[in-house]
Design a protein around this ligand. Structure first.
Ligand SMILES: [Zn+2]
Length: 188
């Protein structure tokens, strides 16, 4: 599997969110909202142009006393990115001064591309990856081929070249209008 670490998105600089005294004790807890914003700067290791929040991997954030509980739903099962995502999230929280973190993996309901946010879809498009089309549940019901728009020129005259693109989570497409190949983020 090829990882794309060549993106400028990866330069998330995190400021400590909370004040600590000399013993490193937390003086106050950052708001859940501030932590969502912080995690929205953590890039997905496979598609660094989108954050783990954009992808819908981070399901819930909650303070349990002094411990932050982060609920995650991994994307494609068998995608080795999951442990990288967990590490990246833990590192970002530690860098922000949140040391007491518990990661909770929630496997049901299973992650679906429907959870990718609108801003995540727009970022994919700008990066040259066609975002998943429509609703995953509907697709599997109808068994239809998606009508994928070319992220370069917007044409719907596109054809699937290979079921696997630069990573297993993507398919390789080609545009018949501008002739450019592009990755399509597979709908699941
Ligand atoms: Zn095109």
């Amino acid at each position: 599997m090829i990882r794309e670490f060549d993106n400028a998105q990866a330069d998330h600089t995190s400021q400590p969110l909370i004040a600590t005294d000399r013993a490193g004790q937390q003086l106050e807890q950052p708001s859940i909202e501030a932590i969502w914003t912080l995690l929205d700067a953590v890039p997905d290791p496979e598609v660094p142009v989108v954050s783990v929040v954009d992808l819908g991997i981070v399901r819930d954030l909650q303070w349990d006393g002094r411990q932050l509980v982060v609920t995650l739903t991994p994307t494609y099962s068998g995608c080795p990115a999951t442990e990288f995502i967990e590490e990246a999230i833990t590192e970002a929280l530690h860098a922000a001064g949140i040391a007491n973190v518990r990661l909770h993996q929630q496997l049901a309901p299973a992650w679906t591309t429907d959870w990718i946010t609108e801003s995540g879809r727009e970022k994919l498009r700008q990066y040259g990856i066609a975002p998943p089309v429509g609703s995953a549940s509907k697709r599997s019901l109808l068994g239809e081929e998606p009508e994928v728009a070319c992220p370069q020129c917007g044409s719907h005259d596109t054809v699937q070249v290979s079921e696997f693109g630069s990573t297993a989570c993507k398919a390789l497409y080609r545009c018949n209008s501008c002739l450019e190949p592009f990755d399509y983020f597979k709908c699941i």
